[in-house]
Design a protein around this ligand. Sequence first.
Ligand SMILES: CC(C)(COP(=O)(O)OP(=O)(O)OC[C@H]1O[C@@H](n2cnc3c(N)ncnc32)[C@H](O)[C@@H]1OP(=O)(O)O)[C@@H](O)C(=O)NCCC(=O)NCCS
Length: 440
Amino acid sequence: MTDPSKEQTSFINWFRDSSPYIHAHRKKTFVIFFGGESVQSEFFANHLHDFALLNSLGIRLVLVHGIRPQIEQRLKKNNHPSLFVGPYRITDHTALQYVKESVGTVRVEIEALLSMGLANSPMSGAKIKVSSGNFITAKPIGVLNGTDFCSTGKIRRIDSAAINAQLHNNTVILISPIGYSPSGEVFNLSAEEVATEVAIALQADKLILMTENNCLNNTDQQLIPQLTVSEADALLKKSQNSTIKPSLTAAIKACQENVNRVHLINCHLEGALLLELFSRNGVGTLISANSYEKLRAANTHDIPGILELIRPLEVENKLIKRSREHLEIDIANYSILERDGLIIGCIALNTFPDTTLAEVACLVVHPNYQHAARGQQLLTHTLSQAKQKNIFQVIVFSTQTTHWFIEQGFQETSLTSIPEIGIKPQQIERNAKILHKKIP
Ligand SMILES: CC(C)(COP(=O)(O)OP(=O)(O)OC[C@H]1O[C@@H](n2cnc3c(N)ncnc32)[C@H](O)[C@@H]1OP(=O)(O)O)[C@@H](O)C(=O)NCCC(=O)NCCS
């Protein structure tokens, strides 16, 4: 067998690394919101190609677009005032005409881009079916505090059964921020609210909001990678950034109504969607309804993720090499720490027949998630599992982490003091230290 070139190796690694995400996202429902600004951005065609790629990977996709700047441009051109009360536009008769024009134009542009199929383009062979329809029933906001909002409306009902039927056929749903009343009137709706309510009605797996800016920490202006709902709420109260506020409001509402993952990603970053969904670190802010980490027993589906986690340490000789076959045989011994569908930690408990001794092995926490007691959490979990199996002492072989284990109550011991069955020749060869702990 010949070795692949450096470029080929990096391609193979990239492709293999994305496979756990491809599996995790397949058949999941994602609602993606993008504002009218994003439709006008230079990257818009690329974003649409990425939506097409998600569709071809088996993700059930609902796209919700905004039209705010498109309406503004029409109002300005015709010297018609743009009136807002709070976040809501007052949609008078003229503004409603511009709403309809903007919806028509933007929708047609999106449908056209999703219908591309030129050879040598990212859309070659994509053959995407797009469905836009009367999925949303609306009602007027009416008169509030003396102000008549005219044709600005609120969502009354979402026909989730009709949307689901289309999604089932692998059709991409494209929703515009308008709704119709049973009396046949058209209402202008907030696109963020439409996306949020659609995600809630479908109980979507993810609501993805493509924002104008990154969601930044108020103090150091750094990107915030994750927020719980209460953290998002605190940030919203303090935030001075008017463009991120509607997205934070939408995220909090969605999370409170059982949409467990909301991603805020910057629409001006090329490839942002793919980086957020198919790379470990992501590039946006994940707002999550519940604690997004789970410690559980591993199964064979977790093997690619475990391999991805341990390979760098094997290369550095910090861990002994474990083949895929080895993992397949021993997978029942492994526990994993999972975060948003990704494996960020693992540990194994290898038992031996007819003895109360077991070996703790393959304890790894991904470097991005270290120093937050996850290692300790994995170890405590494994020791309590061991106790349930009537194991009263454990050993571990370590070359680099002896002090960490000593801090967890392990003591260095010698080869002679452990039963022969627990001795691994590979570990002796690499001169690993043996540590021992009695389980109280
Ligand atoms: C060892 C490991 C699992 C700890 O994960 P973790 O989630 O960061 O662990 P905890 O948060 O519970 O503990 C972190 C503390 O241990 C310390 N620590 C981490 N690795 C250490 C090591 N090799 N030696 C001594 N102390 C270490 C950290 O400095 C930190 O202490 P601090 O908070 O005072 O700075 C993680 O560092 C790892 O995956 N290492 C590489 C894999 C490895 O060597 N595994 C052992 C195979 S047997």
